[in-house]
Design a protein around this ligand. Sequence first.
Ligand code: SAH
Length: 345
Amino acid sequence: MEKTDIKSLTLAELTEAIKGLGEPAFRAKQLYEWMHRKMARDYEEMTNISKALKQKLSDNFAYTCLRAVRVQESQIDDTKKFLFALSDGNVIESVFMKYKFGNSVCISSQVGCRMGCKFCASTLDGVERNLLPSEMLDQIYSIARITGEKISRVVVMGSGEPLDNYDNLLKFIKLLTDENGINMSQRNLTVSTCGIVPNILRLAEENLSINLALSLHASNNDKRKELMPIANQYEIHEVLDACKTYFDKTDRQLTFEYSLVSGVNDTEEDAAELSELLKGINAVVNLIPVNPIKERTFKPTDRAGALSFKNKLEKNHINVTIRREMGRDIDGACGQLRRRHLEEE
Ligand code: SAH
């Protein structure tokens, strides 16, 4: 029988499990604190837990702790990219970014991805499996331990489609924002999706106050279909309506991600059409020149082109920023480092 993943249990679930082992409930609280506050790497670090109980725990539970197999530091900014090994040998990547207003971690939600976006390296080999709540959490805990830095923001924008791993994502959010754990504010958490409409609507009903980012990348459905297969399933207006519903229900920040691909979605007409499409929606457009991957021929829009695209949107009263490209020198884009690692092996 497979052992229960102890770090994915809520305090209530852990309390039940601990009582089931014939131990008093307060032990659960101690354990939870070791895992989610002190971010212990293993049972050995838990100094107020007896040897006998540690044995019982390792007999009954699996303890998720990621192992950093590679760390790349940017020479341009303070961005660090981590490649972590999971207990089954799969590898995933996460990014640490330093900003003036606090440190941010970008985590993966799946090993690989099945969404098939044309410019993305994460999806080239499809999805291997979903990440467990503990595996999402431990990307943050491991980075906090390794860097010694406080993490104040988390973005679920690494490899994988978070809304394709809905239940684990929800559990992860619960654990990350639990007051008995590291107690991150939901407002400091952003989930990015390619636009799985039913799950955006479901998320809107969860009574959460996390931020939503939609990967839009095109100004009409035909263009979007060329870049993102998910657009064959959900029409662009349907996705935007779901985002509006999310905003209405939660009052949280809405972002539209738009990767600029030279000659594909960055023309004057694209900017005009995009302005029309987003008119009246309370959101910020985040422009980022596409990060080229060697398996595809997409080229990024140059600086001047990005600025002129931005100006055109601004003239049409759209809130827009050009995202700082962090860690471009260290395989910064989704899935690039993992791919390189697998190829080298
Ligand atoms: N599956 C989710 C989150 C992961 S991707 C989503 O689709 O939103 C995080 C963001 O990076 C998305 O906006 C994605 O479209 C974008 N992205 C992926 N590969 C990229 C690349 N090579 N260059 C620029 N942006 C990229």
